[in-house]
Design a binder for this molecule. Structure first.
Ligand code: ATP
Length: 441
């Protein structure tokens, strides 16, 4: 059943244009995905919700968009070149590799004997310029955080910030993961939304707890069901080389509880390391104590893709027995994607009830007027039931139906995706009505 749910979601994503397998015409590329017309809208809405909450919602947090390629010394300082590796074992029979923590005595695929554990670098290597030599090696960033640490002085100078303050960033990262899978859950190219929140060391625990609460609240505010979300503290043995404490926000996926976001106390590790390797002064002068300190860093680090999958799974609802049809085949699997209204790719659809010129004309007029503010759709093709179902399946919160009465009373019927309630609203009032619901999404 749970497996089925994932399969159904993957197939919906393909069929409706949320997510496609990458390079599909060439047979695809393992664990690489492309976001289609609706997927890119959903993704942008998630990023927008995060950005607004994490930067515009706080006077002491600013944004950054650093480059993916960084000076190789960055990775020496951060410890990634040395420590960004997972101990791996290889099956002597089928030569598949696995993370040590994922296997026991024998190969899970063919029960073959496993090798001793070896280290493997997770960063993708690339070369700058025409010559592939050692001097020209660069790495694709495996986290966005380092772009923030190396800009610490730049940002402080321009933004005149006092502790505690934060820098937020969204961007692509790359990890040469050994095991990938579960659709977009673990891929080799993905996006992260990270906040590095700089605090006085004595206040680190307080802010660590603060961000744990804030981040959980963010998922709930966007509609994730409480029973599907939990916080799990890391054991000491699980901590990354730079972290003093770490916890995961986990979502109950059909394949089990799994991390969507990590919250870490990275201490002063990164700033001190960059100060040491670059020779630059990255300390902070505390006006009150007249002391130079290295701030501690609390980092809520979310993916974009994993939360997106969580939002999709949480919203995916099969209506037993159907609700818009009497057709047997459809009745068995009628799907409504109950996405939060702000996250929904299409905000509403304008549908002429039947294919008659005056209705089409009025419906188009409404569409033309309101498409200036939101991503909406106009659809005149097929029966009205079929068009409702299509919009339900892609999570469109409202359908506006233009009928013959609309020509007389200048009203349309607004159908709510979740309650199926229908109300008549004045065409002239639609803009204000939706502005309140969708805010600026
Ligand atoms: P995991 O233990 O699952 O490999 P991680 O602990 O290495 O994850 P972090 O380094 O904490 O992950 O990264 C922060 C966030 O980035 C994760 O919570 C997740 O949402 C996202 N993320 C990490 N690795 C991947 C991946 N391979 N594919 C998609 N998203 C990822």
């Amino acid at each position: 059943m749970a497996e089925n749910k994932m399969e159904n979601i993957i197939s919906l994503c393909k069929r409706r244009g949320f997510i496609f397998p990458g390079s599909e015409i060439y047979g695809g590329l393992e664990s690489i995905y492309d976001y289609g017309p609706l997927g890119v809208e959903l993704k942008n809405n998630i990023k927008k919700a995060w950005w607004r909450e994490m930067t515009h919602g706080h006077q002491n947090i600013v944004g950054l968009d650093a480059a993916i390629l960084m000076h190789p010394k960055v990775w020496e300082a951060s410890g990634h070149l040395r420590g960004f590796s997972d101990p791996l074992v290889e099956c002597k029979k089928c030569h598949k590799r696995f993370r040590v923590d994922e296997v026991k005595q024998s190969c899970p695929e063919c029960a073959g004997q496993l090798t001793e554990a070896k280290m493997f670098n997770l960063m993708f290597k690339t070369f700058v310029g025409p010559v592939d030599d050692l001097a020209s090696v660069l790495w694709l960033r495996p986290e966005t955080a380092q772009g923030i640490f190396v800009n610490f002085n730049n940002i402080r100078q321009v933004a005149r910030l006092k502790l505690p303050f934060g820098v937020a960033q969204i961007g692509k990262v790359f990890r040469n993961e050994i095991t990938t899978g579960n659709f977009i859950f673990r891929t080799r190219e993905f996006e992260q939304m990270e906040l590095e929140f700089f605090v006085k060391p004595v206040e680190a625990e307080k802010w660590y707890n603060y961000w744990q609460e804030k981040r959980i609240a963010w998922y709930l505010s966007l509609g994730i069901k409480k029973e599907n979300l939990r916080l799990r503290d890391h054991k000491k043995s699980e901590l990354a080389h730079y972290a003093q404490a770490c916890s995961d926000i986990e979502y109950r996926f059909p394949f089990g509880w799994s991390e969507v976001e990590g919250i870490a106390n990275r201490t002063d590790f990164d700033l001190k390391q960059h100060a040491k390797i670059s020779g630059q002064d990255l300390s902070y002068f505390d006006d009150e104590t007249k002391e130079k300190i290295f701030p501690y860093v609390i980092e809520p680090s979310a993916g974009v893709d994993r939360p997106l999958l969580a939002f999709l799974v949480d919203a995916y609802t099969e209506i037993k027995g159907g609700r818009t049809t009497t057709t047997k085949a459809v009745k068995e699997r009628e799907v409504v994607l109950k996405l939060d209204k702000r996250l929904a790719p299409v905000k509403f659809a304008v549908l002429p009830l039947v294919n008659k010129t005056p209705l089409l004309k009025l419906a188009k007029e409404i569409y033309e007027n309101l498409k200036r503010y939101w991503f909406i759709q106009y659809d005149e093709i097929g029966s009205i039931g079929r068009r409702y179902r299509r919009q339900d399946e892609i999570g469109t919160p409202y359908c506006l139906t233009v009928d013959f009465e609309s020509l007389e009373d200048k009203k349309v019927t607004v159908r709510d995706r979740d309650t199926m309630k229908q109300e008549r609203l004045n065409i002239a009032e639609l803009e204000d009505y939706f502005r309140e619901i969708f805010e600026n999404f």
